[in-house]
Ligand binder design. Structure first.
Ligand code: B16
Ligand code: MG
Length: 211
């Protein structure tokens, strides 16, 4: 049924979501902007600048475009610093086993992530040479829920979207995959959604979908 699996990165392959949370939290605390886990929830899968715009809905203060760039950069510096100790020990449970399973089955594997830090993250977790294609925040204009990042992954693989399965932890990503005519398996945060085609209690459940 599926010739390829496109993995979201943050929240599916590696748990960098908590580092995003902490970095935004630090920046907001310094700026006196309200931030909590509910606001953070809305940032999953969404690009850096769109995340900042969502955060700024919680302040009266007006920021110029230049100031916004600076806030986003400050957050990204905190985030990248926290990634310096990231290693393959931080891969989420089942990642290694599921990737090897798919390779053995001849199913192609790709990354479809909104993150501009994807190359650094893949290198830190030693998966930089593993995927057949990587499509990330550096390659796209419109981020999830726009399907661009997943359609580009399929194009790089040379496989039709209908034959790709996307693995996502964010609602924005579930919507993006559907808009790209792909099926979606949801895990983690998105697993409560009735919109996903498959629900994965854990990543290893993917072996039942692709058998
Ligand atoms: P960056 P994904 C997304 O990664 C994150 O979920 C989201 O929280 C973040 O804002 C976005 O990447 C951009 O990340 O600031 O590193 O470019 O889930 O699409 O792999
Ligand atoms: Mg994600």
């Amino acid at each position: 049924l599926f010739e390829a699996v496109i993995f979201d990165l943050d929240g599916v392959i590696v748990s960098t979501d908590n580092y995003h949370f902490l970095a935004w939290g630090r920046m907001c605390e310094e700026e006196g902007i309200k931030f909590n886990s509910e606001i953070n929830h809305r940032l999953r899968g969404v690009s850096r600048m769109e995340s900042l715009n969502i955060i700024l809905e919680n302040t009266e203060k007006q920021y110029s475009n230049l100031e916004k760039e600076q806030l986003a950069k400050r957050k990204n510096d905190y985030y990248r610093n926290s990634l310096s100790s990231l290693s393959d020990d931080d891969l989420l449970p089942g990642v290694r086993s599921v990737l090897d399973y798919l390779k053995n089955k001849g199913v192609r594997v790709a990354i479809g992530s909104s993150s501009k830090n994807t190359p650094m993250i893949l290198k830190q977790v030693k998966l930089n040479n593993y995927f057949d294609a990587v499509s990330d925040g550096n390659d796209i204009v419109n981020s999830k829920p726009d399907p661009e990042v997943f359609l580009l992954a399929a194009k790089k693989l040379g496989i039709e979207p209908e034959k790709c399965l996307v693995i996502e932890d964010a609602m924005a990503g579930v919507e993006a995959a559907h808009r790209g005519r792909m099926k979606v398996a949801a895990i983690g945060d998105a697993a409560n959604s009735s919109q996903a085609d498959y629900i994965l209690g854990e990543l290893e459940d993917l072996k039942k979908v692709i058998n």
